[in-house]
Design a protein around this ligand. Structure first.
Ligand code: BG6
Ligand code: MG
Length: 224
């Protein structure tokens, strides 16, 4: 975004799982129960690979790990079963499960006049936002129900920018997944990685969580 003014930043697009809330543990528990029922197990390290990708893609990976073959119909039933267990868990989420710094940062971003959208692969985002009392921060919610191509395809973020009425170059994306950072880069957006720098190597900057970033630093980043 060289040669543009720092004022060019107009919107912040947030991934949900792993950025605003820590739902990875619930995905892991539900997928693991499914794998165990099929007679195999997988590790927390393998679970890392499921971050940011869709439910169906996650299932395909897990079945590959267990060397289990299933028909399309059987896969649908398995994905539905996992989702049932997952929804039972997230239905009990509370606002305490929002990650550190999230509410203060979203409040500051809104107060500074930037638009806010969600850009998530999840089809359960409405329930999670409602349970954690975060819904009111979002001008637009783009999730797995609205997109046809998963991250690292840029569709989810381009749709967010378009619904907000801003250009891709006017957006900053907050992401915890490698696939999500790639999606944002392909959309032509600046990226802030949430997590570990050694994993999110393609992000413009990486922070541990949203408590480590301020609206002032966003302006500096948008001027890079
Ligand atoms: C992403 C998660 O946000 O949503 C993935 O990082 C998950 O792990 C994907 O598979 C889809 O979620 P859901 O809730 O629609 O099954
Ligand atoms: Mg995520």
């Amino acid at each position: 975004m060289k040669n543009q003014s720092p004022e060019a930043l107009k919107a912040c697009l947030f991934d949900l799982d792993g950025v605003l809330v820590d739902t990875a543990i619930y995905h892991f528990k539900a997928w693991r129960k499914l794998a165990n029922n099929l007679g195999f197990d997988f590790t927390e390290a393998q679970n890392e690979q499921l971050k940011g990708i869709s439910r169906v893609e996650s299932l395909n990976k897990i079945l590959e790990w267990g060397k289990v073959e299933k028909t399309q119909e059987e896969k649908q039933l398995l994905a539905d079963q996992k989702n049932e267990w997952y929804v039972a868990m997230i239905s009990k989420m509370t606002p305490e499960e929002v990650l550190p710094g999230t509410v203060a940062f979203l409040t500051a971003v809104k107060a500074a006049g930037y638009k806010i959208a969600l850009g998530s692969a999840s089809k359960n985002s409405a329930l999670i936002l409602e349970r954690t009392l975060l819904s009111h921060f979002f001008d637009e919610v783009v999730d797995g129900n609205l997109v046809s191509k998963s991250k690292p395809d840029p569709e989810v973020f381009l749709k967010g920018a378009s619904l907000l009425g801003v250009q891709a170059s006017e957006c900053i994306v907050f992401e915890d997944a490698v696939a999500g950072i790639e999606a944002a880069k392909r959309a032509g957006m600046k990226t802030i990685g949430i997590g570990k720098p050694e994993i999110l190597t393609q992000a413009d900057i990486v922070v541990r969580d949203l408590s480590e970033i301020t609206v002032v630093s966003l302006k500096q980043l948008s001027d890079l």
